[in-house]
Design a protein around this ligand. Structure first.
Ligand code: KG4
Ligand code: ZN
Length: 363
């Protein structure tokens, strides 16, 4: 296998690109992906989402048990789709954190077993950095430096990414949510509106039938807030505002216009997310914004970000929706990048770190 140094500009000419299997179990998706360099060969996902739906959120114990049952069949399915034997891979990558502790343990233990039995290097990677790296499977080499807007069920942050595989200053956080994550806000508001869990896709769909008729608050956008929280987000005030609006409507005996509330809420979230990301890109002097995480699947977010970025001469890259939500291909993508850039693998005793900071790309 040819190893490329950091300085190598043209990774597209890599003919013997690393074949990497990636395992993702940080939440409720058992994902196993196989990539060869930037080429996606398989993306097998088994979700336990339906088992959590009646609780209105992911139940960690249920998720861990589901991972344990789904792991081997999902590895087999990925190998079959990719047309490779598991022993052919050059490396095993796994999400080491952040995420649900028990869920991560299942993936990390499975990855260790595979790596050890096959005698392959093991890369324990950061889930958040994987959400950034996955874009290379769709659009080729990452445009580093770039501005990454990471919006998922557990995290919302703005990152300056100069090297997605580097420990020191490769990924620098510029801002983050100070309360709820964007996806969490979507899920909580969906619940208020009687829509199923996880609510993001349902709000997205409902919003297409409605109009932006309610002016919900935009958190941390006042002049005073911007002084201290330039690129931070806050969504809990917005969630409360929606709850109050819906309650008032119900008290008055009038029907709740679900589609309009969904559209107005979605607009408030997307407005703040895109405004801050584009401002950050301009301020940092980077030419590309990369959106990752489950909320990146949101149709309005994609359109609004494109529009606003284009007005400032900034490009936007977003993977297709299936690669935005949790999957194993994103882990394999970051693992392949680690191998291609000659990063040392993790040791076989690597821990699962449920609160792994975004700046730590490799465990
Ligand atoms: O990245 P992800 O799959 O898991 C985490 O790492 O958290 O993100 C899941 C989140 C959920 O909150 C879900 O409601 C949200 O992404 N989501 C969406 C959409 N699709 C998924 N939010 C808004 N619009 C969507 N189309
Ligand atoms: Zn995620």
């Amino acid at each position: 296998m040819r190893r490329l140094g950091r300085g190598c500009e043209d990774r597209s000419v890599l003919t013997d690109a690393p074949l990497v299997l990636g395992i993702e179990t940080s939440c409720d998706e058992t994902g196993v992906g196989i990539v060869r360099g930037h080429e996606l060969l398989a993306d097998a996902v088994a979700s336990s989402v339906e088992e959590h739906a009646r609780f209105g959120g992911v139940v960690p114990e249920v998720a861990s048990r589901a991972h344990l049952e789904a792991m081997v069949p999902t590895v087999e399915r990925a190998c079959e789709t990719a047309g490779v034997a598991v022993g052919d891979v050059d490396a095993i990558a796994v999400t080491a954190g952040p995420g649900l502790a028990g869920a991560l343990l299942v993936g990390v233990a499975a990855a260790k077993a595979l790596a050890l039995s096959l005698g392959k290097p093991l890369y324990g990677v950061n889930h958040l950095a994987s959400h950034v790296a996955v874009d290379q499977l769709e659009h080729g080499a990452l445009p580093e430096p770039c501005l990454a807007m990471l919006v998922s069920g557990g995290h919302s942050s703005i990152l300056r990414v100069s090297d997605v595989t580097a420990e020191d200053d490769g990924v620098v956080p510029l801002g983050a949510t100070i309360d709820d994550a964007a996806g969490e806000a979507f899920d909580k508001v969906a619940r208020l509106l009687g829509l199923p869990f996880p609510g993001g896709p349902h709000i997205d769909r409902a919003a297409r039938e409605g109009s932006v008729t309610i002016d919900f608050p935009r958190g941390l956008t006042s002049r005073r807030d911007l002084e201290r929280h330039r690129f931070d987000y806050s969504f809990s005030g917005l969630k409360t505002a929606v709850a109050r609006w819906v309650e008032a409507r119900e008290r008055s005996g009038e029907p709740v216009p679900v589609a309009d509330v969904a559209a107005s809420f979605q607009e408030a979230v997307c407005d703040v997310l895109t405004r801050k990301a584009v401002d950050a890109a301009v301020e940092e002097g980077v030419e590309d914004i990369l959106i990752g995480g489950g909320v990146a699947a949101n149709s309005r977010l994609r359109v609004l970000c494109e529009e606003r970025a284009a007005a400032k001469g900034v490009r936007v890259r977003v993977p297709r929706p299936g690669l935005c939500t949790d999957n194993g291909a994103m882990v394999a993508a970051l693992g392949a990048e680690m191998v291609a850039r000659g990063r040392a693998p993790s040791s076989y005793d690597l821990p699962a770190d449920s609160s792994m900071p975004v700046t730590e790309v490799l465990a």
